[in-house]
Design a binder for this molecule. Structure first.
Ligand code: RNT
Ligand code: ZN
Length: 424
């Protein structure tokens, strides 16, 4: 697919720069700022959340990958190869977000409570070679000890301690990763615990979860190596009535224990806005972790697009001048489309939303707001929507040496024909 050429991009950009300048916005500064924004790309979009422990599909956890598009990565080598192609089509320098189930044990059966940094050695070497950072997530699903629907809040002491041990190992792995790569590894904990129907003892489950978490985080760790985060959720498939790790639960936990709160865009009531929560939390927390995603009906994990909720998240971060305090990660999986396309679309859309926010004529709008000239504020917001943001985006892609417009599709199609369709 042909798109715009470099000469046109430059001339469109110089016109766009003028237009934005009239609104008091410096597009060069916005591009510079955007180039330092790093988004953590989720490993699990590349293989439908299967992992490399010998499973052939994701099971349990209240999450689901649907579709049968051919070519999912079956090995870590394939996943790394696919991710490298995606990175070459995404402007900027980004991170990779691993899950415990993506360990490489060399054929040896190693249960989750016995995982070690060596099982992620290849990932670290790969990240080192690419010059990227890694993040990590313990895996509390697709495992017989998660079949009951409860892990860290299980009534069964043995089940709980198995998962506590897994989480502790994950922190150690994260610390090793952070140390090796010289950039802190966010260790994000999400558990599926919950029930389909109304429970009778919410309190007991929460007390057990607090107890497990306190044990997991008992050992203080070097924050330049590992950043602990806890991710809340409203409901899952099969946990519609009750989720132990709800928003209020983890908000309380994160604030009282000084760990990061992770907010996932797909984990709230449909009319509730994650964007709106950002400035409500920033007065109380130093940093935040976000999972960018796209909720559709009951699914929380559609591929991120450049839509209003995502743009609103970008705006709230930028308006709060908090790009350095908010860790951005994407969280989606879709087995019905080319998975490399999914990565590229989700990552590029996230970056577009940040750029959109950086280009907002916020000073003019704030001036109007302070003068209580709310009609002007609204007018500016509306006129801003039609400014040539796309021309600035193209310039970003050109500067970052990635394909312009939809031209990246050609590379993905070629790879699909050469590699993905042969994975059978
Ligand atoms: C699930 C959570 C979680 C997962 C990953 C696979 O609803 O969003 O972040 O998507 O751990
Ligand atoms: Zn998530």
């Amino acid at each position: 697919m042909r798109d715009v050429d470099a000469v046109t991009v430059e001339s469109n950009y110089s016109q766009a720069r003028e237009r934005f300048r009239n609104y008091g916005v410096d597009t060069d500064a916005a591009l510079k700022r955007l180039s330092s924004v790093s988004v953590s790309m989720n490993c699990w979009a590349g293989d439908d959340v299967v992992g490399f422990e010998g499973a052939d599909s994701l099971s349990g956890g209240g999450i689901l990958a649907t579709g049968s598009f051919p070519g999912r990565a079956r090995t870590a080598e394939e996943l790394r190869q696919d991710a490298e192609l995606a990175y070459s089509l995404i402007p900027g320098q980004h991170r990779f977000n691993l899950h415990g189930s993506y360990c490489e044990t060399g054929g040896e059966a190693v249960d989750r409570d016995a995982l070690q940094p060596t099982h992620f050695e290849n990932w670290m070497a790969w990240a080192k070679r690419l010059g990227i950072g890694l993040d990590f997530n313990p895996t509390f699903f697709s495992h017989p000890k998660a079949d009951s629907g409860y892990t860290l809040s299980s009534y069964d002491e043995q089940v709980r301690s198995f998962w506590v041990e897994h989480a502790k190992r994950s922190r150690e792995i994260s610390a090793a990763i952070g140390k090796r790569l010289g950039t802190a590894c966010v260790n994000n904990l999400w558990i599926p615990d919950g029930s389909k129907d109304e429970p009778t003892d919410r309190m007991r489950r929460r007390a057990l979860l607090v107890e497990s978490l306190d044990e997991i985080y008992r050992e203080p760790m070097d924050r330049t190596q590992v950043l602990d985060a806890v991710e809340s959720k409203l409901f899952g498939i099969g946990s519609e009535a009750f989720v132990v790790g709800s928003h209020e639960f983890y908000l309380g936990y994160a604030l009282s224990r000084d760990v990061l709160l992770t907010m996932d865009a797909g984990h709230y009531h449909p009319t509730e806005s994650l964007a709106e929560k950002i400035a409500a939390l920033l007065p109380f927390v130093e940093e935040l972790m976000l999972h960018l995603s796209r909720p559709v009906r009951w699914d929380s994990d559609h591929v991120v697009v450049y839509d209003d909720p995502t743009r609103a998240i970008g705006r709230e971060i930028v308006r709060a001048d908090a790009l350095d305090r908010v860790y951005l990660a994407v969280d989606f999986f879709d087995a019905s489309i080319n998975r490399i396309s999914a990565w590229v679309i989700g990552m590029r859309s996230t970056l577009k939303a940040v750029l959109d926010a950086l280009l907002e004529p916020v000073e003019l709008m704030r001036k109007a707001e302070q003068q209580e000239d709310l009609g002007t504020r609204l007018a500016l917001m509306e006129e801003f929507k039609m400014l040539p943001i796309g021309a600035v985006w193209d310039k970003f892609c050109l500067d970052q040496d990635v394909p312009l417009g939809a031209a990246w599709l050609e590379r993905v199609k070629q790879y699909e024909a050469d590699i993905l369709l042969k994975r059978r």
